[in-house]
Design a binder for this molecule. Structure first.
Ligand SMILES: [Zn+2]
Length: 452
């Protein structure tokens, strides 16, 4: 196996308390040495990568993606999704179970892991469904699912409505040492709302999805979690109220982690006026006050990690042909207000995120909201811990999953260049600062942006 010497970069490795100029030697798939820059390492045979001006960090981990495979190859495949992940700097992604068939059985998990092995890109960690078919009734066999390779349990896309089913799921997963990730939605309150309940939804005549639909379910589920003592993870938190509930539950000893998406901490509900259904997702983009609350929670540590909720969709599912003429920078949605309600109601939820996440997260550093080490914690160390992986570290002897980031490289989001099969993003044309230039998985380069 070949060796790689990453030379002259800034190593940021919060797991080992490192932040400074070090050389990193990768050999035989592992981290062979991390030494002060310029130290003569025994690396004559290594390919030298000049990492000056760059950060060398443990490979990024995304705890929440939808790869649509098996079932929806027109939107994404495991191959295209894992290549997009590698291009975004991710070495591992956790793939949600709402595929077709649902990932609630060993054959589907095996299929996913085999396709991932063939891809030779980012790694895939399968998330198992909590209930069979995501139907909210019968629980999966948790031990068998863990044996098949699942590292996290979630019915994401769907809430677990039955409190007793959730309570039993927390006990089962907790006994095995795994967390349950919760899609928090009280559907009696969200009522198929397509946009945040507020001025924008009212202006467009689109049904509204209130903050309470999320926070009321967070309140119930955290009460159950406190009772069981098991680990829960709140997916894609979007409201100020949910954050308060998470803080309060922690004070009462709950084992609760949470994630935020780049779109929720970057955009507010008004993005729908520019981007149409490419700004429709579940939970919806919220008010400016909620965005500020999320950013405060990133800074104060309430939010543990960043997740993309990468949700690829083809233009037809997004009803973009009905909107295309009206939306985009410089256009106004006012012109279609008479039929916006129906278009938004029928459009699929979600945005792609793997290739924009790091650039959007780096904005938090450039604006001095967080330190670089905290970014690495949120995008590598914490999600690795959630998935019970021995990743998120550059310790000598660890598996060499490494991301090299140029934090100051400016680029413009061009969806037509995405390696993802889908283009549904509200960030097209945005100028971002910083991106991954090299992604290494098990000592092999799986993405090389220096050639791009
Ligand atoms: Zn979800």
């Amino acid at each position: 196996m070949n060796s790689i010497l990453l030379s002259g970069g800034r190593v940021i490795d919060p797991a080992n308390g490192l932040d400074g100029e070090y050389d990193v030697l990768v050999r035989d798939g592992g981290i062979a040495a991390v030494e002060r820059a310029g130290t003569r390492m025994n690396s004559q045979d290594a390919t030298v990568v000049d990492a000056k001006q760059c950060w060398i960090v443990p490979g990024l981990v995304d705890p929440h993606v939808h790869l649509r495979d098996p079932g929806f190859p027109e939107k994404e495949t495991i191959l295209s999704g894992l290549r997009a992940a590698a291009a975004g700097g991710f070495t591992t992604v956790a793939a949600m179970a709402n595929t077709s068939p649902v990932n609630d059985n060993p054959a589907t998990t095996r299929y996913m892991l085999e396709r991932a092995r063939e891809a030779r890109a980012a790694r895939l960690v399968p998330v198992s469904a909590v209930t069979r078919g995501l139907r909210g009734g019968e629980l999966v066999d948790f031990a068998a699912r863990a044996d098949a390779g699942a590292r996290l349990f979630s019915d994401d896309g769907m809430p677990v409505d039955d409190a007793m089913v959730l309570s039993r799921a927390l006990d089962e997963a907790g006994r095995l040492g795994y967390a349950v990730a919760l899609h928090e939605e009280d559907r009696a309150l969200s009522r198929d709302g397509a946009l945040n309940a507020g001025a924008v939804s009212e202006h467009l005549g689109v049904s509204g999805y209130a903050n309470a639909a999320e926070s009321q379910r967070v309140r119930r589920d955290l009460a159950i979690a406190i009772g069981s003592g098991a680990a829960v993870h709140v997916a894609h938190v979007s409201t100020a109220e949910s954050l308060e509930l998470i803080r309060a539950a922690r004070r009462q000893g709950a084992q609760v982690t949470c994630e935020v998406t780049p779109h929720h901490f970057t955009l507010d509900e008004s993005a729908a006026l520019t981007w149409g259904t490419n700004a429709k997702m579940n939970p919806p983009l919220r008010s400016r006050d909620d965005v500020e609350a999320l950013r405060t929670a990133i800074r104060d540590g309430t939010i543990d990690m960043i997740a993309t909720d990468h949700a690829p969709h083809d233009p037809k599912s997004k009803r973009m042909e009905q909107l295309g003429a009206f939306f985009g920078p410089g256009h106004s949605a006012v012109r279609l207000e008479h039929n916006a309600a129906a278009i938004f109601a029928h459009a699929a939820n979600g945005v792609v995120g793997l290739e924009t996440s790091l650039g959007l997260a780096l904005e938090l550093v450039h604006r001095s909201l967080i330190e670089p080490a905290r970014l690495v914690e949120m995008m590598s160390l914490k999600p690795a811990a959630l998935l019970r992986l021995e990743a998120g570290t550059l310790a000598e002897g660890a598996v060499a999953d490494v991301t090299v980031i140029d934090p100051n490289l400016e680029w413009i989001v061009a969806p037509e260049k995405f390696l993802s099969k889908s283009r549904n993003t509200p960030f097209a044309g945005m100028r971002l600062k910083g991106r991954a230039v090299l992604t290494i998985v098990a000592g092999e380069i799986v993405y090389d942006g220096r050639k791009a």
